[in-house]
Write a protein that binds this ligand. Structure first.
Ligand SMILES: NC(=O)c1ccc[n+]([C@@H]2O[C@H](COP(=O)([O-])OP(=O)(O)OC[C@H]3O[C@@H](n4cnc5c(N)ncnc54)[C@H](O)[C@@H]3O)[C@@H](O)[C@H]2O)c1
Length: 326
């Protein structure tokens, strides 16, 4: 297939691109590089550096390239900023998305794989969280993604769009080539690795009095290559599925304190962690039920072990001390 991958220069997108190329797909990446890196895009695929909400650019790409399917990862992704400045989230994650859906429709492109998020669920009422759990987001990030999931459903119903939406839990780890190098890092594992590497003095642990086994928050970490694999399975299945949505997680949770300890074991270096007050909007536990994606797509994580996930991230970091060098 020929794929258009929005956000393909970003952390998860670059691994999706890498795996798609390995599987024999042709890829065009559309990324404005506000967070992504040109060097993360393999030389064999075309990078269009532009905003995916720009209808003229989209029309040009779809005119020049016979796109078979779109994998849509481009987004604003920082939960905390979405609460203080929701406008950019609704513009980038919802309004821009409509430009993409309309252009796909205009050019008769019917296949979409969309990166949604566990943040669409809000405060969990049950754990593990299945896809039937109510979606009541508690931040504008989750709301903007949920709104787009809903747009997809209506475009499916009225215009025959075929789509799979993936609600990722916590992406982590690296491949040989691609790793996590956000300019504004908010994810736990790279922050803890920064401390192990001596690039950061300490890492904050927000909340030590949650009803969990050691009082710190529990999250479900899933290897980025396993996430990418799910996208390839969905592309193969989307004509049959027509419309579906899946959690991507391992079904196993780790506390923040366990992650810090695992980083110390993997790196052999001490990590200074500072206990802070709880942050508003952090649920105690977010763990996926991965039953549906196993059953429908036959997906299972190949790298479910937390230490292995951390080891891949650590190896990438050591080989790329300056990230992508930009
Ligand atoms: N990282 C996680 O743990 C996680 C969890 C749940 C969901 N997600 C979702 O997965 C997707 C990828 O996340 P990531 O961690 O790789 O983030 P990322 O920031 O590394 O990647 C997003 C990419 O989109 C690009 N982009 C943003 N707005 C754009 C625009 N208007 N036009 C063109 N390009 C644009 C950025 O430059 C970046 O390269 C996002 O949709 C995110 O919401 C990520």
């Amino acid at each position: 297939m020929t794929l258009l991958v929005t956000g393909g220069a970003g952390y998860i997108g670059s691994v999706v691109v890498e795996r798609a190329l390995a599987r024999g797909h042709r890829v065009v990446v559309l990324d404005n590089l506000q967070e992504g890196h040109a060097a993360a895009v393999p030389p064999e695929c075309r990078l269009v550096r532009a905003d995916y909400g720009d209808r003229a650019t989209l029309a040009r790409i779809f005119t020049e390239v016979a796109v078979d399917a779109v994998v849509h990862l481009a987004a604003e992704t920082t939960v905390a900023t979405s609460v203080s400045d929701p406008a950019i989230y609704f513009h980038n994650n919802t309004v821009n998305g409509l430009a993409l859906l309309d252009t796909m429709r205009q050019f008769g492109v019917q296949r979409l794989v969309f990166s949604s998020t566990a943040a669409t669920y809000g405060e969990p009422l049950t754990s593990p969280i299945s896809e039937e759990h109510p979606q009541q987001p508690i931040n504008a990030y989750g709301e903007s993604k949920l709104m787009f999931e809903r747009c997809i459903r209506w475009y499916h119903r009225a215009y025959g769009l075929r789509a799979a939406s993936f609600r990722y839990f916590n992406a982590a780890g690296a491949t040989e080539r691609c790793g996590e190098a956000h300019r504004h890092e908010s994810h736990l594992i790279p922050l803890v690795l920064d401390v192990a590497a001596g690039d950061r003095a300490s890492v904050d642990i927000f909340g030590s009095d949650y009803p969990t086994r050691d009082g710190t928050c529990v999250r479900d970490y899933v290897h980025v290559a396993d996430i990418a694999e799910a996208h390839l399975l969905a592309l193969e299945a989307v004509d049959r599925l027509e419309l579906d949505w899946f959690n991507i997680g391992t079904g196993t949770g780790h506390t923040v304190a366990e992650v810090v300890a695992a980083v110390e074991r993997v790196t052999g270096r001490p990590v200074r962690a500072v206990r802070r007050e709880r942050r508003p909007g952090d649920p105690a536990t977010l763990v996926a039920s991965a039953e549906r994606i196993r059953r429908v797509l036959g997906w299972a994580p190949r790298h479910p072990d937390l230490e292995e996930i951390i080891a891949t991230a650590w190896r990438w970091r050591q080989r790329h001390p300056g990230g992508y060098g930009d």
